[in-house]
Design a protein around this ligand. Sequence first.
Ligand code: ASP
Length: 329
Amino acid sequence: MNKIFAVTALALAASITTGVQAQEFPAKDKVLTMVVPFAAGGPTDRVARDLAEAMRKPLGGISIVIDNAAGAGSTIGNAKVARANADGYTVLVTHVGMATTPVLYRKLSYNYETDFEYLGMINDVPMTLIGKPQLEAKNFAELRSWIGKNAGKVNLGNAGIGSASHLCGLLFQSELKTEMTTVPYKGTAPAIADLIGGQIDLLCDQTTNTTAQIEGKKVIPYAVTTLKRLNTPALKDLPTLDESGLKNFQVTIWHGMYAPKGTPAPVLKKLNDALKVALKDPEFIKKQEGLGAVVVTDKRVEPAEHKKFVQAEVARFGPVIKAAGVYAD
Ligand code: ASP
């Protein structure tokens, strides 16, 4: 009897706590931490900072801080969120790495399907292949012949195993049937700084990071990784890799938002509602479009649909990555 009472009382207390949490969420005196698993100043960081600004108002003006838990191709930051308090005050903003790391890493300390609540997708972002300003190759045909002549000496930066730049680089090397030395960074912000300084030769990176550098003529742009040319003014004259001879070469990157497993459903609903408001914010859309990104308006912004999409991405990348034969422990 006592035991039953204790269990019932506990259940009641839990449901009251959940109810109170949801009602109060987001509390004025709390801070929402948006974990970005890559370095500050890079493309995922850019998306998260713009999104944080757009989500602040629909979340009652709450303070949102960005925590750059960078390293190991996003897996450090992902693990941090998987283990965080499931109270709605910690969320993860990451990219396609959510789907590539489960395939690339033999062991991960989290499970991408069961350790997260999916909040929704944010955007689709093309990538660009860029080179250091010192390179004599000024277009893709010249770059291809330069790579041929320098076989074994070319190096290519990336943001760690499982990152978008890693994936793009893998596909690029496999298409050219050549091997390059890859140089991993904690994100592509430090990689692009080294590219500009001439320490690395090439980088494949999201337009959300490369557009300003291309406009400022700090790097040499060779091509975009979409099948069609882009509309963005700064990028519209760039050829696609497909038209440059790498038939069907296509890599587009997406970003999404996640909370730790067990975050109460009403809190998740408030976060998802705020995300939807942000994705319709004209300022947010303008900033993203100016950087070549396309803000998501379809059903992938619904948590269940986004989860299905990520599961399909894992299935899609499995064979590509297995064929490339790269794994990390
Ligand atoms: N662009 C990076 C990548 O290659 C990630 C980042 O720094 O945001 O995945």
